[in-house]
Write a protein that binds this ligand. Sequence first.
Ligand SMILES: Nc1ncnc2c1ncn2[C@@H]1O[C@H](COP(=O)(O)OP(=O)(O)OP(=O)(O)O)[C@@H](O)[C@H]1O
Length: 301
Amino acid sequence: MNKGAALTEHTDRAERRATGTDGAAAVRLEAASLAFGDRTLWRDLDLEVAPGEFVAVLGPNGSGKTSLMRVLLGRLALSSGHAHIAGAPVRAGNHDIGYVPQQKTIDAGVQLRGVDLVGLGVDGHRWGLGLRGRAERKRKVAAAIADVGAEAFAHHALESLSGGEQQRLRVAQALVGDPKVLLCDEPLLSLDLANQRLVSELIEQRRRAHGTAVLFVTHEINPILPLVDRVLYLVDGRFRIGPPDEVMTSEVLSELYGTEVDVLRVRGRLVVVGTGDTMDALGAAGAQHCHADTDPNRVRA
Ligand SMILES: Nc1ncnc2c1ncn2[C@@H]1O[C@H](COP(=O)(O)OP(=O)(O)OP(=O)(O)O)[C@@H](O)[C@H]1O
């Protein structure tokens, strides 16, 4: 790992925001390793995420991105090392975490409305089931729905809503409990550009207004590139952590993949060529437009 990477403005900024008022990092992994049988997904991972910091988690299929989310959610035990959220060891049902899962189609016939989905983010929470608790719950749910601009469709059945509308409600569900850490597992998958922008803006507003730390798993860094403080790039047991400019380079990715990889910068977008995974940090749309081997403007990053 790149433990010796030079401190840059990004990391300085993250370190200045540093820890919360109680002195705890939002997320802390220490010498964390995860293996299934004799297959090690990652080993000796040290990562400290400050309140308000935005960390993108990238890597090819099967590199262990979702497993990292599951560790932080307390659903999967580390093979060795330690994981803490806001100063406390990871545990299931931790209300310091909001979780935005991948966009999934809602099964036909499931009569769940948006408002019910958001309410699930509150249930079991601290304000209990008394009359005052119910009023507080209703207020919180309405506020979370308003924050994502979903008032117009929150009372409709989820199955009747578009992917973008559903994903806005999932963001509301993740944020309704006022979490310190937001874990997002490919929340933009299958959304069009307008909805990708909308959902990323909602997440961005949240971290700016409340200092919520964000860990954002994605195959496509471009829609969130301006928001990213640091990248955690996992490949086949190896990883690098650092600001995008330090990690998303031909040299670093070639070393991680163990083969020649080119990182191109095209009109403010990053295009990664040569990983063998066309979706890797690139996205299907990028893949269609990228013919780097024949591109006379090809530049090594
Ligand atoms: N409970 C488990 N037992 C055994 N193997 C597992 C378990 N959970 C995950 N794996 C394996 O670990 C690897 C990493 O899975 P994971 O879902 O974390 O990858 P990922 O980076 O999120 O992949 P993708 O980009 O395809 O979503 C996969 O090969 C998966 O089959």
